[in-house]
Design a protein around this ligand. Structure first.
Ligand SMILES: NC(=O)c1ccc[n+]([C@@H]2O[C@H](COP(=O)([O-])OP(=O)(O)OC[C@H]3O[C@@H](n4cnc5c(N)ncnc54)[C@H](OP(=O)(O)O)[C@@H]3O)[C@@H](O)[C@H]2O)c1
Length: 307
């Protein structure tokens, strides 16, 4: 699976790390999802993933389109509600409640971010936790912490799957996560510390409260950037030969600015590419959560844990 990041240049500064694209990982996950969709459909059930978009943000509308296209390709029904930017919190809750109450809808997502006058976290709490395909409902974060079956937060689950796909062991090794945010760093720290063959790591989480965080990242066998601060991870923060996973990104307009500076490829042993690393695995996990929700709702889930 080894694949040099080099562009063929012989210069000393040429990158040498093995690249870890998310595409092949996502393909494998989605192939499994497609087979499960086909099995449900043969049994007379069309799995359904509902989406909610509020407002007219181009990027959010684009993400919803991508998810709907993917849903259609996989064989999901994908009912959609588009609320105007002027929608109230009550309007949003009403749409969520209607999807909660519809037994034909198995999974549900509200595209984040919502307009500033709305409270996404409150809306999330209105959602039926068993339909929460993002895995971010407080009950699902509780299930994660207690190792109970339930939808996993997509980006952390995608990172664990990516590491496993490329046979990168984390069990017994030192994983350092830069960032303790609710979407990525915090749930990933719980996931990778769990007692499973693809986890079982010694996990350290660093953040703005740890002044000398490079002291920790420099000893990491696996370093996950989850800060959302462009270029925060530089080669001097990486142990030679370490695995570097770039989760954090910031968008400036359409420009994607990753946490991990590209020059880290000169020091790392393996690294996710600037584009197409963690992102595709996140989307794949969304559909894995959706098919699992559909199977659970229809009593067709084989084995209780989606992990
Ligand atoms: N690739 C994907 O598919 C995907 C999916 C979801 C999220 N993301 C990205 O993941 C990133 C994290 O998202 P999130 O919601 O989990 O986190 P978040 O709430 O934005 O928190 C960021 C974390 O980074 C830490 N941090 C920020 N600046 C720092 C600095 N200068 N030094 C040390 N630590 C610093 C913060 O520390 P404090 O806690 O001390 O403030 C915080 O813990 C974002 O960039 C997001 O866009 C990517």
């Amino acid at each position: 699976m080894s694949q040099p990041a080099s562009n063929g240049s012989e210069s000393e500064s040429a990158p040498s790390a093995r690249l870890l694209p998310g595409g092949p990982v996502a393909e494998r996950i989605l192939a499994d999802v497609a087979a499960r969709v086909a099995a449900l459909t043969r049994g007379g059930v069309t799995p359904s993933l509902a989406t909610v978009l509020v407002g007219d943000d181009d990027a959010s509308a684009g993400y919803i389109r991508i998810k709907q296209r993917q849903a259609a390709e996989l064989g999901f029904a994908s009912p959609h509600e588009h609320l105007p930017a002027s929608a109230t919190q009550a309007d949003l809750h009403a749409v969520i409640t209607a999807f909660n109450d519809d037994p034909a809808v198995h999974g549900l997502l509200v595209q984040h971010p919502v307009p500033k006058h709305l409270d996404y976290d409150r809306a999330l709490q209105v959602m039926d936790p068993d339909k929460d395909v993002d895995g971010m409902h407080p009950l699902n974060i509780g299930r994660l912490a207690l190792e109970l079956p339930g939808p996993l937060p997509c980006t952390p689950a995608g990172i664990e799957a990516l590491l496993a796909f490329y046979d990168i062991p984390v069990a017994g090794r030192e994983v350092v996560i830069l960032g303790r945010g609710a979407t990525l760093g915090r749930p990933l720290s719980i996931l990778l510390a769990q007692k499973r063959p693809t986890a079982n790591a010694a996990v350290t989480v660093v953040h703005t409260g740890v002044g000398d965080w490079p002291r920790y990242t420099r000893r990491a066998d696996v370093l996950v950037a989850a800060a959302g601060v462009p270029g925060i991870v530089q080669p001097e923060h990486v142990k030679p030969g370490a695995v570097v996973i770039g989760g954090g990104v910031r968008y400036e307009g359409r420009r994607l600015l990753p946490d991990v500076d590209e020059s880290c490829a000169r020091v790392a042993g393996a690294i996710t590419p600037r584009v197409g690393g963690v992102g595709p695995t996140t989307v794949a996990m969304l559909f894995r959560n959706a098919i699992t929700a559909a199977e659970r709702a229809t009593g067709s889930l084989v084995g209780e844990s989606p992990r």
